[in-house]
Design a protein around this ligand. Structure first.
Ligand code: DLL
Length: 463
């Protein structure tokens, strides 16, 4: 694999040669040629090899950004740092953070480090509040993205020759097209279904008999309902493997999904600004959290308040630096995702991330207690009779914040038993999280279903 950024894109000849020398050395350690369904040499590299690869790639990326993107040059000049200050991986901590606002203020294309005629694709965030965040890819970026996606899929149990039903949304969202190219790269067959049109999804799954499905975890639950509506048992479908992401989900949700469809479920993580899906993927053998592909991304965990870098194992905010991106190099980008770093297992050179507990901007502060929807999911799914379909409504009667958990009972549970389960949920939320709340048990299939990322929080408190 050749290293990017290329010298033409801003890396010095020395950085480029150094990175290529390491990449070649890693390739030389591979025991045999690697066909599409075998791990590639960088995936199997040791921690030492990965770090040796990261430094020149990082230096090239910082130089590339500094020389070709005005916003980075201004930011670094204002902080008194320059690419020469990056002599070790630890030196990265000298550089300031970037965030969504940094990218938004470069709207639409000023964050690109290459001329527009080298940009082959644009994606953008939904931009529900204000301007969308625009991201761009060169041909090389798209190829590396597809390769990493294929790596994730293989790692999660997808094989060349599989038929893959891709229900991530196509369009400006990175999920659909990102996964699409990865499926093709792996040598599997893609059904480019996109999100929504649930009836049609069921029909195509029945007719095309895919072994693999890709979608958000909550959309898979909507598909399970739709199967049952048609009198079909989702456990009897052709699906055997699912790769789910784009929204936080818990181990309890993994069990729910695996049981509902009789499949094996793995996580896939990513964000548009850093690439899209495929920044990290999960081993089907271990199911022990997503492995971050550190030949392409350098993660850090910081304390969101003090901005200090935290050691391995401590919870905080995930920060990413890209190592090979040409069109949109990203340096120390604050994701707002809360998790922790863990040592590599199946791929010892690459660290893993724990499950995302939530986003710092989705944190509910309820009378002084911080909580995330994933905590409610975890508790609710441990109580018999309650379904994974719930919404959190926040109100402020009499100047006091109040949270109401609306949650559907399972169809096979009687309304009386579900009431008791609801009371148990309120009790356990009080004990485990420390918040009093109301629980309203709803009838099956009365709460909104997702066709992609599900909205869990309805905040009706006056501003
Ligand atoms: O959601 C990319 C993606 C598509 C990932 C398909 C996986 C599968 P964005 O729309 O930019 O990109 O949203 C990124 O989604 O910062 C997290 O908050 C959340 N997220 C993504 N994957 C996971 C995951 C795509 N596996 C934001 N677990 C991220 C928890 C996730 N949260």
């Amino acid at each position: 694999m050749s290293i990017a950024p290329s010298p033409a894109a801003g890396a010095t000849g020395t950085e480029h040669d150094a990175a290529n020398a390491v990449a070649t050395a890693i390739a030389a350690t591979a025991a045999a040629p690697t066909p599409g369904n075998e791990p590639d040499p960088e995936e199997l590299a040791s921690r030492e090899q990965i770090e040796a690869l990261q430094l020149p790639r990082l230096q090239a990326t910082v130089r590339h950004a500094y020389e070709n993107i005005t916003a980075y040059r201004e930011l670094y000049d204002a902080h008194g740092v320059s690419p020469e200050d990056l002599q070790t991986l630890e030196d990265l901590a000298k550089f300031p953070f970037t965030d969504k606002e940094f990218l938004r203020s470069a709207y639409p294309f000023k964050s690109f480090a290459v001329p527009m005629d080298q940009v082959r694709r644009i994606h953008a965030s939904s931009g529900t509040t204000g301007r969308p965040t625009v991201v761009g890819y060169t041909e090389g970026d798209i190829d590396r993205w597809a390769t990493l996606l294929a790596r994730c899929l293989r790692f999660s149990g997808v094989r060349p020759g599989d038929i893959v039903h891709n229900a991530y949304g196509y369009g400006l969202f990175t999920g659909g097209l990102g996964a699409h190219y990865g499926i093709e790269k792996l040598g599997a067959t893609v059904i480019p279904m996109s999100g929504g049109q649930t009836e049609k999804q069921i029909q195509l799954i029945q007719d095309f008999q895919p072994r693999v499905i890709l979608c958000t975890p909550t959309y898979l639950l909507a598909l399970a309902d739709a199967f049952r509506h048609r009198g079909l048992d989702p456990r009897e479908s052709s699906l055997e493997v699912g790769v789910f992401g784009a929204e936080p989900w818990t181990e309890e949700m993994r069990h729910e999904i695996e049981k509902a469809f009789n499949i094996t479920a793995c996580d896939i993580y990513g964000l548009s600004e850093v690439m899209g899906p495929g920044v990290a993927g999960e081993s089907v053998q271990r199911k022990d959290g997503s492995t971050i592909w550190e030949d392409h991304f350098r993660p850090e965990i910081i304390d969101p308040l003090t901005e200090q870098v935290l050691p391995m194992g401590q919870h905080g905010e995930l920060v990413f630096t890209t190592l090979t991106k040409e069109a949109l190099p990203i340096i120390r980008y604050r994701t707002h995702d809360l998790t922790r770093l863990l040592p590599g297992t199946d791929r010892p050179g690459h660290r893993r991330m724990g499950r995302i507990t939530g986003r710092s901007d989705d944190m509910i502060i309820l009378r002084g207690v911080n909580l995330f929807p994933t905590q409610i999911e975890e508790i609710a799914l441990s109580i018999q009779g309650l379904s994974p379909h719930f919404q959190l409504e926040l109100t402020r009667p009499k100047h006091m914040d109040q949270m109401t958990v609306h949650i559907e009972r399972r169809p096979e549970t009687t309304p009386e038993a579900a009431q008791a389960a609801g009371a148990e949920l309120a009790k356990q939320i009080k004990v485990k999280i420390g918040s009093s709340c109301q629980v309203v048990v709803a009838e099956p299939e009365t709460l909104a279903r997702s066709s992609g990322k599900l909205r869990r929080i309805y905040d009706k408190r006056p501003r």
